[in-house]
Write a protein that binds this ligand. Structure first.
Ligand code: NAP
Length: 504
């Protein structure tokens, strides 16, 4: 295994050793037009498990962000002119490299993001699955023909790539949130400029390194790093950028929508969630508690799909709380690189403060602390999982996206009540239902204002499904055949003046 003793590309001597089979996967420069480019300043990237510097990325100047947009625009003509088959071949070469380098990519992700190594391996597979899916779907990006209402005319549509797409992504899924967007955009013929989260740029830069090795031409896939506000404002203001796909908080999503209004971009937004997890009265309570633990604590609770509010029938409340408390106390908190760890660190110290705020606020307003805060923590960015009961709608833990390992359980009395309570949020991303009576499941499924409803399964996401939310959880869908909609235009054409009467 190669030990990479950075300075880069960089200048720093205060970094820890990163062990990768392929040391060149840790890139510390931006990737623009097929070249590795330095800006005017280095930004340290730290490991959330111990706050040690693992490397540096470069802060680009505005002129370099413009260069990236120009490079993507210049590459667009050639890339869209490739056959769908050719683009698919290049995407499959990228996909294969992602899986060949799975272990290194996963280790890099643990170092910068903190999740457990198993979760990181899962994310590499998940991320690669979108590349394969869209490589295949690109060959089937069909148009349609319509029976004509105009004499002597044939009517049809074709799907055309929209142009340069800006992709702005968060830190919680540093690989898959990029591939879910980029694979769709590239397969349909767009070129992209990716701006990853500052906490997790190395996963994005490794994707660029592998895209280059796969033979994806210069300018087609660009990754830029640096000041988020300046980069995003530049991307949004540019008339050359025709699509913006953002995954992140609702707060920043609204800002980017405002900034994109002047250039009337096609915007897709994957924003925050406040998922209800609803247990039905006929459900086995032990099984429901186990599923709720999985749905709550994946990625240390830092997941837009995480169960945020757990609703349990009043008659089963005590049994559920006991089963949940027993199960969650088996979770091990620690460095994600170590075997047997279930919950890694939170992304940074502010996230720990937010988790503590949620607990304090709930306790002040009358919640009960059932589990939490008793074990010694391995570092400053760690947070022991917490279980709160008697949670009420006036508490931040109920209203806000928690994004931490704090669970709140709420008793309910009727299906009508729980539908109203679950929908009592500006978010509408995902909801879970656990139970058996199909009439109850159907009533809930139709009554819940959420873009994704999962019945008796914690796992709901994947390449074939349209991922996305209602209300302030977003606009548009990612994955599935609908994923192309965000990066393409439907062009209608009317071919008139034909001699249709003679059958020609
Ligand atoms: P965030 O703070 O909104 O940041 C997301 C991206 O926006 C990052 O690249 C960030 O760059 C950039 N950004 C931050 N402030 C900005 C500003 N003022 N102007 C322009 N760009 C700015 O979100 P996050 O904390 O990284 O991610 C967590 C959020 O993502 C949660 O709300 C979660 O629900 C959501 N999420 C949603 C989905 C989904 O599919 N619906 C999936 C995953 C995550 P810097 O990092 O450089 O600041």
């Amino acid at each position: 295994m190669a030990a990479l003793n950075l300075p880069h590309e960089g200048k720093a001597n205060d970094v820890v050793l990163v062990h990768l089979e392929d040391a060149r996967l840790l890139r510390q420069l931006a990737y623009i037009n097929g070249k590795w480019v330095a800006g005017n300043q280095d930004i340290a990237v730290t490991n959330p498990a111990d706050d040690q510097v693992i490397g540096y990325v470069t802060a680009l100047k505005k002129s370099q962000v413009d260069n990236a947009i120009n490079a993507a625009e210049a590459a667009f003509g050639k890339w869209r002119a490739f056959s769908a088959e050719k683009r698919a071949e290049l995407l499959m070469a990228w996909h294969d490299l992602l899986l060949e380098n799975r272990e290194d990519l996963a280790r890099l992700m643990v170092l910068e993001q903190g999740k457990t190594l198993n979760e990181a391996r899962g994310e590499i597979d998940y991320g690669a699955s979108f590349v394969k899916w869209f490589a295949e779907e690109g060959r089937r990006a069909y148009g349609e023909t319509m029976p004509s209402h105009i004499a002597n005319a044939q009517l049809a549509t074709i799907r055309e790539p929209i142009g340069v797409a800006a992709l702005i992504t968060p830190w919680n899924f540093p690989n898959a949130m990029i591939t879910r967007k980029a694979a769709a955009a590239l397969a349909i013929g767009c070129t992209v400029v990716v701006k990853p989260a500052s906490e997790t740029p190395f996963s994005a830069l490794a994707l660029a390194e592998l895209a280059e090795r796969a033979g994806i031409p210069a300018g087609v896939f660009n990754v830029i790093t640096g000041d988020a506000a300046m980069i995003s404002a530049t991307l949004c203001a540019s008339d050359k950028v025709r699509a913006l796909s953002f995954t992140g908080s609702t707060r920043v999503g609204k800002l980017l929508l405002q900034q994109s209004a002047d250039t009337v971009k096609k915007c897709s937004m994957e924003l925050g969630g406040n998922a209800p997890f609803i247990v039905l009265p006929d459900m086995d309570i032990q099984e429901a508690a186990k599923a709720a633990i999985d749905a709550k604590f994946q990625t240390s609770g830092q997941d837009c799909l995480a169960a945020n509010r757990i609703f349990v029938p009043r008659e089963h409340y005590e049994e559920f709380v006991e089963a949940f408390a027993t199960g969650m106390q088996k979770l091990n908190v620690g460095n994600g690189m170590l075997n047997g760890v279930d919950i890694g660190p939170l992304i940074n110290h502010q996230a720990v403060e937010k988790a503590q705020m949620l607990v304090d606020d709930a306790l002040e307003k009358g919640a009960t602390l059932v589990v939490g805060n008793q074990k010694k923590l391995p570092g400053e960015n760690f947070f022991n999982p917490v279980l709160l009961t008697n949670v009420t709608p006036d508490m931040a833990v109920y209203r806000e996206e928690n994004f931490c390992p704090v669970a709140g359980v709420i008793a309910y009395d009727s299906l009508d009540d729980v539908i109203i309570a679950a929908n009592d949020t500006e978010y509408g991303l995902a909801a879970y239902i656990y139970g058996h009576d199909i009439r109850h499941i159907w009533k809930l499924m139709r009554g819940l204002d959420f873009g994704m409803v999962s019945v008796n399964s914690v796992k709901m996401t994947g390449h074939p499904i349209p991922f996305g939310g209602m209300k302030q959880s977003g606009l548009g869908r990612e994955g599935s055949r609908h994923g192309f909609d965000e990066y393409s235009e439907i062009k209608y054409y009317c071919l008139g003046g034909l001699d249709t009467a003679s059958g020609c």
